[in-house]
Structure formats: C-alpha cells, structure tokens
Design a protein around this ligand. Sequence first.
Ligand code: SF4
Length: 349
Amino acid sequence: MGKSWSKQEVTGILSSRDPRLLDELLEAADRCRRDSVGANVYLRGLIEFSNECRRNCFYCGIRKSNYSIRRYRLDNDEIITLAKSALDAGYSSLALQSGESEDSREINKVVQLIRSIKTQSRAWDNTGRGLGITLSIGELTFDQYKELWDAGAHRYLLRIEASDPRLFSRIHPPDQSFEKRLKCLDDLRTIGYQVGTGIMVGLPGQSVNNLVRDLQFFVEKDIDMLGMGPYIPHPNTPLYKKQVPDFEPFSMTLKIMALARLMMPDINIVCSTALLTLNPRGLELGLKAGANVVMPVMTPEDNRSDYSLYNNKHYTRPQELIERIRRYGYTVGLWTWGDSRHYAVRQVQ
Ligand code: SF4
C-alpha cells in the first residue's frame, strides 16, 4: 500500500508553482520506486502496426477524419521480423499499438499475429518464454479481448484520458461513451490482463480538480500500469487552438506521475514519448518521477511519421535510450518481461 493523501494535500501540490516542491516530490518518488520496484527500467519494443482507426477522438492526429495522413497497416510477417529484432536486442516484451478497428477480420489477424509471435519467439529465446505482449488497440468486445488473451497477450493499455465523464464527453464525439470505456477496463481485469490506463495532462477545459480526481480514479481502479503524458495539440484535430489550462503540462505530468508512484508504489509506470517530445530532459525527469518502463519505437522509419497521434512526435534511437537510462543512474531490465509487481501481488490476495 502506498501513502494515502487527502484531497486537499493533492490539490495543494498540484496547484503549487514552487519549483522546490517539484524537486522534493521527484526525490520522494525516486526513493519510493527504488525501494518498491528497484532501479530497473523495462523495455517494450513499440510497434505501431496500423494507423487505421474507426474513431474520431477530438485530440488525435490519426482520427478517421484526418485525410491528410497516409494510412498503413504492416503485414504480419513484417511485424514478426520486428519482433525478432526486439528479442535479439534483449527487450523481451513488445507493445503492439494501433488505431481502433471493429472489423472482426482485423481482430482475427491480430490474434494470428500474437499466436505466431508467441510460438516463434519461444523458439528464438533460450528461456522458452518468448516475448511478453502488451496490447493497445482500443475498445473491443469482451469476447475479442478474451480471444487476444487466449492467443498470448497478457497486458493491455486503455487510457481513460479523462476520468470526469463531462470532460471525457468534451474530447470525444457522442458515439464514444465513458461507460463503455469503464466496461472495457473492467472486462480486461476480469479476463486476467495486467491493466493499464492513463490520461492526458493539459487538455482544453481540464482543471486541477479533474487531475485530483484522475489520481483517485487510478487508485480506485487498482490499476497495474500507468501510461500518461502531456497533451500536445495536433493541427488536424478539432481541439487544436482551443484554450488550454493555465498550468504547465510538462511539470504537471511529472507531479502526477510522482504522486502516482507514491500512492501506488508497485505499479509499472511508462515514461511516455510525449514527455520526451516536450522537453529534452523528459526521459531523465520521467524516470525520476517514478517511471520504470520505456518503449523504444520499432515502427519502420517509413511509417513513423504517419503514426502522428500529436505534433512533432519525438524519436530517439533505441540504443541511445538505453545509454541515457544508464547515465541517469538506472539499470536496464534486459531479458526479462518486467511485469507489474502490483499484478503479481493482487494475484495472490
Ligand atoms: S485516440 Fe485511439 S481511438 Fe481515438 S482516434 Fe486516436 S487512435 Fe483512434
């Protein structure tokens, strides 16, 4: 169990503009992560395998109605080649990400892909465990989640984006419901996945109160993983140029990550690419704020710019990421899945 905080305490921390308070918070979060989950940073080879999406989220650059990007879907053989290079580099886990599809043929293709990756990677590695797989492919039915789980996926990231239903409905079109998102998170947990969620920080219309509630939401949902980042506007979206809150999204994201680490010491926290995009010290400070997972991008160079969830997405060569993680005083968790310790604990309770 992590430290419990009153609503007033959290509101005070998030509202403060004192840089010393941020420094103290990062130091406390770093101590907490070293005590609870250690100094290891785990890697997930990130393959953004398709930017086709049926949805029209108001903030997202690959939304269906953005006709200015080239759509792509990598074929399964190409993804398996990328998976092999992830394992050869010692990453041991993949994060497979795409836009959302309701087409059962597409879901079947992902099921086949996961089966192939699991079977082939067990033969490639010496442990016989093969690659661990995190999925992030949106809202699906219970049966589809179950099929993907049965095929071998064992972690799922589905961001709530905003835990206040009113804010959620301001950043999504009416065909997307808050209740459906909650149901998906519950379904994933029922099936047995390690479940991750997260938010965007700095959304138009977002208040400090919303963020306090978001932290409470993560605790109440007893999440295993947190993946969140600052909101970065994309020019081809309805939210572009809408007035953003008067707090600074980068340091606010760090504060929320640090508080999340202190409240939930044994979860996995991702250091998002959006943090690295906004600030050259994003990786260093994200790790200090408690992040223990980094996702080196393995999407082929030709497709990377088409997976433009937000503007000017940052890219760092995987080897450079590893060198920097070590330079900042952490160890790199190679050849291990690096599952959420929180998940293991709740399995035995
Ligand atoms: S956030 Fe996800 S579901 Fe929404 S438009 Fe972007 S890729 Fe599609």
